[in-house]
Design a protein around this ligand. Structure first.
Ligand SMILES: [Zn+2]
Length: 272
């Protein structure tokens, strides 16, 4: 059965309200919405992004502006309030097509260099040597997210540039050794040692596959056969070795490029 799969690229940028910190504690409270900010109205186009909606989000004293990139369909949610922490997040709709853990490998692969930032240790440098308040990546059932936080807008934007390039142009696409290290590989310490299976995602999932998680996977598999939720986005240890570098690159081509895929019918492997 043909299935429409849409790519969702959501960027969330939280910015401080205009003006510096208050001179006393009372003034450091998050003000209701972002009073005084010059936010665009629905229909306006900024740098190729059209405003599709603007509304209040009272729970966090914020105003939301939703944009859609005219060329690619990428969606951007801009949250404006008085929080002095700035945050940026990239999210990709990465519905799993099997239990090999492809979405999970990409979460790790972004940490091992990109076209513009080829250093394999950049994540550790970024984490320890920049003025950040949060750096992480998450694989969820239907999406993979890459959030960042900083009290410095300048540093946030630099980190955002690094993370964006890491997502769109990760070195794992051209360097098979990163796939072997991050996904799975065979290993023998010496000629007398037993053959073992290693790899960051493989060993992580061996540890993470508790009885409870296996039971939940089995319940989802039984209840929703063939649906994305029927698969474990993190990967099932016994199935992870079926993942190839080619399938990983195809997964990136399908879910990560910022192009309009809304109308491209895609098939599950083996589906008619
Ligand atoms: Zn992991």
């Amino acid at each position: 059965m043909k299935k429409l799969i849409a790519i969702l690229t959501a960027l969330v940028l939280m910015m401080s309200a205009a003006g510096g910190l208050g001179e006393n504690a009372a003034e450091t409270e998050i003000p209701a919405a972002a009073a005084g900010r010059d936010l665009p109205e629905a229909g306006e186009v900024i740098q190729g992004f059209e405003v599709t909606e603007k509304r209040d989000f009272e729970m966090i004293g914020a105003e939301l502006v939703l944009f859609e990139h005219q060329k690619t369909g990428a969606k951007v949610m801009y949250i404006a309030n008085g929080d002095i922490n700035r945050a940026f997040q990239l999210s990709f709709l990465t519905r799993p097509l099997d239990d090999t853990g492809l979405p999970h490998v990409f979460e790790h692969a972004t940490l091992y260099g990109s076209e513009k930032y080829p250093s394999k240790t950049l994540l550790f440098n970024a984490t320890l040597q920049t003025y950040n308040t949060f750096i992480n990546a998450f694989t969820q059932d239907a999406m993979t997210s890459y959030p960042l936080g900083s009290l410095s807008e300048e540093q946030l934007l630099r980190l955002a540039d690094w993370y964006t390039d890491a997502c769109f142009h990760p070195n794992i696409m051209t360097d098979e050794s990163i796939f072997r290290t991050q996904a799975w590989h065979y290993e023998m310490k010496d000629a007398e040692s037993p053959l073992t299976m290693e790899g960051t995602v493989y060993t992580e999932m061996v540890g993470a596959m508790t009885l409870e998680r296996a039971a939940m996977d089995a319940a989802n598999r039984t209840t929703f056969p063939g649906a994305a939720i029927a698969y474990d986005a993190g990967g099932v240890p016994g199935v992870i070795p079926q993942m190839t570098w080619e399938s990983l690159k195809a997964f990136h081509d399908r879910y990560y490029p910022p192009v309009k895929l809304h109308c491209v019918p895609l098939r599950r492997p083996g589906a008619l």
